[in-house]
Design a protein around this ligand. Sequence first.
Ligand SMILES: Cc1cc2nc3c(=O)[nH]c(=O)nc-3n(C[C@H](O)[C@H](O)[C@H](O)COP(=O)(O)OP(=O)(O)OC[C@H]3O[C@@H](n4cnc5c(N)ncnc54)[C@H](O)[C@@H]3O)c2cc1C
Ligand code: SF4
Length: 480
Amino acid sequence: MVFDIRAQQVAGEHYDLVVIGSGFGSTFFLHEFSRRRKARVLVLEWGRHNTHDWQLEHGSNSNVQDDSTYSSNSSKPWDYTIGLGGGTNCWYAQTPRFHPKDFRLKSLYGIGLDWPLSYDELEPFYCDAEEIMSISGDPDMARMLPRSRPFPQPPHRMSTPDRMMKAAQPDQHFVMPTARARVATAQRTSCCANFRCWLCPVDAKFTLNNGLIHVFEHPDVSVCLDAEVRRLDHAGGSVRSTTFMRDGKEYSVSADLFILGANAIQSPAIMLRSGLGGEFVGLGLHEAYGRNFEVYLDGVENFDGSTITTGLNFGLYGGPHRAEHAAALVYFENRWQHGMRAEKGRLRQALPLFIVTENLLDPENRVILDKDENAFVSFRGASDYAVNGMAKALERLPELLKPLPVENIFDRGIRPTESHVQGTLRMGTGPDDSVVDREMIHHQLRNLVVVGTSTYPSCSCANPSLTAAALSLRAASRIA
Ligand SMILES: Cc1cc2nc3c(=O)[nH]c(=O)nc-3n(C[C@H](O)[C@H](O)[C@H](O)COP(=O)(O)OP(=O)(O)OC[C@H]3O[C@@H](n4cnc5c(N)ncnc54)[C@H](O)[C@@H]3O)c2cc1C
Ligand code: SF4
């Protein structure tokens, strides 16, 4: 292993594999690829390696502000971490799988796009990703999301409102699956529900630093940090080399195979800068659409679960309504982000919820380049499909919450972001509908593999990173 190799040492060198970025998509790909094949690998990472101790000391996941890396015509924030490990540093470690029907939106409901692969094809790789991150989850969830192997860790403890919902709705209310450890592992302590997961003080959630750093310490892997990839240089149907900037200077390296995992804003920007702006490159930037609620309960106390989000309710998810408006997923919170109740003796008789609805890929929401050739987000807004889905979910919420003694439901407003950056280099069946194929290989440049959430052709309501990890494990197992 050569950690933080100098740019001058790699300039002009040839590698078997060059990996761009080191977040979910890249790291899980490299993990699986290195297990299967010996290869000389160079990782080019824009950020630094910020250890857990550094992050705690500085109260930040990175020394680079994410909003300094793009500009936009909209005030909507797009959150990510620039640094070794990417989103594994800042994520909250919520890990539901996508619903099997999320992969077949077009064929089932005539809206959006289908994925070029099915839930069943991805299922073994979901299991592998869950194993690597020691995911805790509810065995009962297999009723909704079929699984061939048990969750590696037992489920978290539900809150009292969760238990009441589960008793009344066993087929649709489940403990939240999560990479926040229920029981301690060799590297992680158990989650103690102190609710600042973007930088877990007790190191209970999976991160690259506590779970997959060995991928970068492999003797055949060199990591060049502070290396911002600017372009892919291509000729004759393949990528020949990549150009990156370090300390204001440009360097170039060549390779047989390139893995592009620089997040759903920076990856399309790299492609556009490289003259690789096909019909779909940059288009369809999206994330789920979210809204906060708070429910006052009569006599039932909340906040006795064992982690930050304890319940996930699918009661507003499936059904023919998806032809008209979005599926909705309801998250049951075990943290008091709206404060405690002021009335005497009723401190804990409140239930914070949030609802997310799936979005569609709108060509008007996209990544382009600004005059300096840096990423520019042109964003019009969430789709009517998502907004109408939220309105319908709100109408149906009182019925869904019938098992609870509800006093009042307060709308606490739109969530500015779900911190999920998706779309822009979508996968599909051919160049007529997408950028990459079902193996995540670019349709024309067959030695370019795109990984991470940029490849999503539909949104789902579920958090995206477990799926990105599973897709990378699958692609690497086939390509290696
Ligand atoms: C606060 C927060 C909470 C979140 N919570 C959850 C959650 O609970 N569950 C969930 O599923 N998801 C969550 N996410 C989302 C999750 O982080 C992303 O879905 C995931 O990281 C996307 O993976 P990726 O591989 O596409 O990109 P990333 O993980 O962002 O990796 C991209 C990598 O590329 C590097 N890079 C970027 N540009 C360049 C360049 N030009 N040259 C070289 N390197 C480059 C970056 O530094 C980074 O290492 C959360 C995100 C945030 C911000
Ligand atoms: S709830 Fe607390 S202990 Fe658990 S992962 Fe989040 S920050 Fe860490």
